[in-house]
Design a protein around this ligand. Structure first.
Ligand SMILES: *Cc1c(COP(=O)(O)O)cnc(C)c1O
Length: 408
């Protein structure tokens, strides 16, 4: 077994197709249909089937292209309606939305923020921007989210309470928040995580960047913590080009979020006055226009994505060395990225499958390199991360565009 990932186009090793790779390639081929195999397609491609052109043209015609405009208000209202939160605040991207959400949750210099090691780097970066330290926790095999059992035992033995705060015994720093990230659209075990957070005086934040359209126990994700975030990057379920949103059920927080993302400018007819250090994190109207049109197609995208997932499930059912990742119990996932887990956790096997699927014309991807394996986060506090490390070596994302699940 080797720990060195193969670089693409490495030609010193002649890779041969393996029987497992053949099985995986033909399962993908059968799922997405022979007609798609000749067209190159990304892992998750955006689609603009509805009013996208019309709404953007409207922005250009009316000259409302920048950070103020009716599409921003409408997008925020539509998002709140769709997700069931009281308020959504649009932001320039998901990372910026996370940073502001963390700040409003009290994350600051000298704090620690618990988060999965298995996540996209933005989850950790947003804490670092505020001077806080990411503190990595292990993931659960089933949901791919934070493992509540391991977290519970870890906090009991590694932290204490002081003045109503949770203190890390080894660093003496306060642990202020836990970020639950809903991996590939599958919701984490929010009830269990919330209970642990309440017991230890930790604030729960949801990084729902990948999970627009996902329900946990019948309720849209982003409703369960103190504050949460979405992303509308080009590869997400819907896109605004770049964009994100902060979601909250607390109207006071919503006002603070809007203020912070709008350079903390005070409302006045002509004066430029700012009462704290804010950010220029507003979503431009032209991007919001795209978002309004995309939201109109969201239900259809999710139906198609779930249809695609069910076809993959049927095709991978007989391959014993592969497990298809399905939505956890009591949830309805948007299946943002379809994912298989190899029985083998030898990274050489994973890489050879990635190479073979690419040779066959299918875009596949490994999961993210774990946060503590990145140079800037290698010294951060962490619990033993055995499950995350196995997942890192065995997860592969499959082509997941909504169009691939279309029947007609
Ligand atoms: C996409 C994503 C973000 C934010 O992404 P932006 O590209 O900044 O919009 C944050 N966290 C996770 C887990 C993501 O997948």
């Amino acid at each position: 077994m080797t720990d060195t990932p193969l670089t693409p186009h490495q030609n010193s090793i002649e890779l041969l197709d393996s029987p497992l790779g053949d099985q995986i390639v033909s399962a993908i081929k059968r799922t997405i249909g022979a007609s798609n195999t000749t067209k190159p397609h990304g892992l998750h491609e955006p689609e603009f089937p509805g009013n996208e052109w019309a709404y953007i043209k409207d922005c250009l015609d009316t000259k409302w292209v920048s950070s103020v405009g009716s599409y921003v208000d409408r997008f925020e209202d539509d998002l709140a309606d769709y997700t069931g939160v009281k308020k959504a605040i649009a932001a320039v991207n998901g990372t910026a939305a996370l940073q502001v959400a963390y700040q409003l949750a009290g994350v600051a210099a000298q704090n620690e923020v618990l988060m999965p090691a298995l996540t996209f780097v933005a989850t950790a970066n947003a804490a670092t921007y505020l001077g806080a330290t990411p503190h990595f926790v292990d993931s659960c095999e089933k949901s791919l989210g934070v493992d509540p059992e391991k977290l519970k035992h870890y906090l009991e033995s590694h932290t204490h309470q002081k003045g109503g705060r949770c203190i890390n015994n080894s660093t003496q720093c306060p642990i202020v928040a836990l970020v639950a990230m809903h991996t590939y659209g599958h919701p984490g075990d929010l009830d269990a995580l919330l209970e642990i957070c309440q017991r230890h005086n930790i604030i729960l934040i949801e990084d729902a960047a990948e999970a627009l359209g996902t329900l946990y126990k019948g309720k849209h994700v982003g409703n369960h913590g103190y504050i949460s975030c979405l992303s509308f990057n080009g590869n997400k379920v819907i896109t605004t080009g770049g964009g994100g949103a902060i979601l909250t059920n607390d109207l006071r927080l919503a006002v603070r979020a809007k203020h912070l993302t709008t350079t903390a400018r005070q409302n006045h007819k002509w004066e430029f006055s700012h009462d704290e250090v804010g950010y220029n994190f507003r979503l431009p109207n032209i991007n919001a226009a795209l978002g309004c049109a995309q939201l109109e197609s969201l239900d259809r995208f999710i139906l198609e994505k779930r249809h695609l997932a069910h076809r993959y499930i049927a095709e991978f059912n007989d391959i014993t060395d592969v497990q298809f990742v399905t939505e956890p119990p009591h949830s309805k996932s948007n299946y943002w990225l379809n994912t298989i887990r190899l029985k083998s956790d030898d990274i050489f096997v994973r890489n050879s499958i990635l190479e073979q699927t690419h040779r066959a014309g299918f875009i596949t991807r490994p999961t993210w390199k774990l946060m503590h394996h990145l140079p800037m986060y290698s010294n951060c506090p962490r619990m033993p991360l055995s499950t995350a490390e196995q997942l890192e070596r065995s997860l592969i994302n499959l082509p997941s565009s909504a169009a691939l699940g279309r029947t007609s």
